[in-house]
Structures are given as C-alpha cells and as structure tokens.
Design a protein around this ligand. Structure first.
Ligand code: SF4
Length: 195
C-alpha cells in the first residue's frame, strides 16, 4: 500500500479509520511495506470484540499465529487465555492485536523500522476499537505504542482518556514460572481499570 514514513502518521491513521474495518483488514493483507511480509504465511490482524473495553497489544505473530492468521493461538495464547480468565473478562470485553502484523523470522524481536512501518495499522486499530483500557504485553508493545519506554510495570497512565498499563508478555509465564505470581499481582492492583 506504500504507507508514509516519518513521525506524522495522523492523517494516514485518520484516513484508514474512516474507511472502516474491512478496508483496514484488506490493507494489512495486501501490505508488503517491510521485509517481514516475505517470510510470513498470513498477516495476523486481530481477535475478539470490535467494541472492546480492554485492548491487549502483543509483540508479533509466532509460528502458530502465522499459520492460523489469528493472534495468540499458540502456547503464549493459552497463557493469555488464563490471564483473561483471571481478569474476569467476558468474550465481548476484549480484543487482541499485535504491534506488527507479520511474523519475524525465527521469532526474533521486530526491528525498529519494522515496528515503525506497521505503526499506522496499529494506531488505526486502536482508534477504531476505541478501548477504555490498553494493556501493553511487554516492552515491544510499549515501544510500538509509546515510541519509547515510558511506563513502569503495572503502573497505569492515562492518555487521551484511555488508561494504559504495561504487564508481562504471556510468553514470559512459560519460561519463568515466578512471573506467574508477579503477573497476578500486577493484574490485581489494576482491576479497578476494567471492573
Ligand atoms: S509487518 Fe506490517 S508493515 Fe510489515 S509487511 Fe506486514 S503488515 Fe506491512
């Protein structure tokens, strides 16, 4: 689609938002603006409600997500499901997206340039989904959304009327079991944001 680069993406985001979900999804499916598309099977767009109170933002698709085209369907997805249950969210309450839509090779972290290229899609999705709470799943989601590291773990900030909080990426629960209790504590101290 040849998105514009640079810091001012607001006009492009506005245009995509006004064009609606179908147009945005088609634009993502057709996009080859960064090298990630070459190695990806399916761009991964979103799952969940189109009118969520809570929007989870992860990093990038993994192997299972790349095959299914659905975010958080692999092992990390099971951990996210457990988190969502612990948060007492119903299916209509939330949506899940990623900072970048195409799978990085060998599950490496997306590069800054890749995150930047995909950012108009991310910001258009946020605008269209219009959540009350954004939960950033790890540092890459924070870097993509904030363009830098600005948040402390579990300490919410309000921006444009949206509460934003950073907690651990669900994959951290797989490899560091001590993170499970830490994650529960971060969730417990922020429950008032979505309850
Ligand atoms: S990761 Fe984003 S910018 Fe890169 S090709 Fe996929 S949709 Fe386009």
């Amino acid at each position: 689609m040849g998105k514009v680069q640079g810091t001012d993406i607001s006009a492009l985001v506005e245009e995509m938002t006004n064009a609606g979900f179908g147009h945005l999804e088609e634009s993502i499916l057709q996009c080859s603006d960064c090298a990630l598309r070459e190695g990806a099977t399916n761009p991964v767009i979103m799952k969940g409600s189109r009118t969520p109170r809570v929007l989870f933002i992860g990093e990038a698709p993994g192997k299972t997500e790349d095959m299914t085209g659905i975010p958080f369907t692999g092992r990390a997805g099971k951990k996210l499901d457990e988190m969502i249950e612990y948060m007492s969210l119903a299916d209509d309450d939330y949506a899940v997206i990623n900072a970048v839509k195409c799978r990085p090779p060998n599950n490496r972290k997306p590069l800054k340039g890749e995150i930047e290229m995909c950012r108009p899609f991310l910001m258009a999705q946020i605008k269209m989904l219009d959540p009350q709470v954004i939960i950033l799943l790890g540092n890459t989601a924070e870097e993509a959304f904030c363009r830098s590291k600005k948040l402390e773990w579990g300490i919410p900030k309000v921006s444009d009327g949206i509460s934003i909080v950073k907690i651990y990426h669900p994959a951290a629960m797989i490899y560091q079991r001590s993170r499970i209790e830490e994650q529960k504590a971060l969730i417990d101290k922020n429950r008032q944001l979505w309850e």
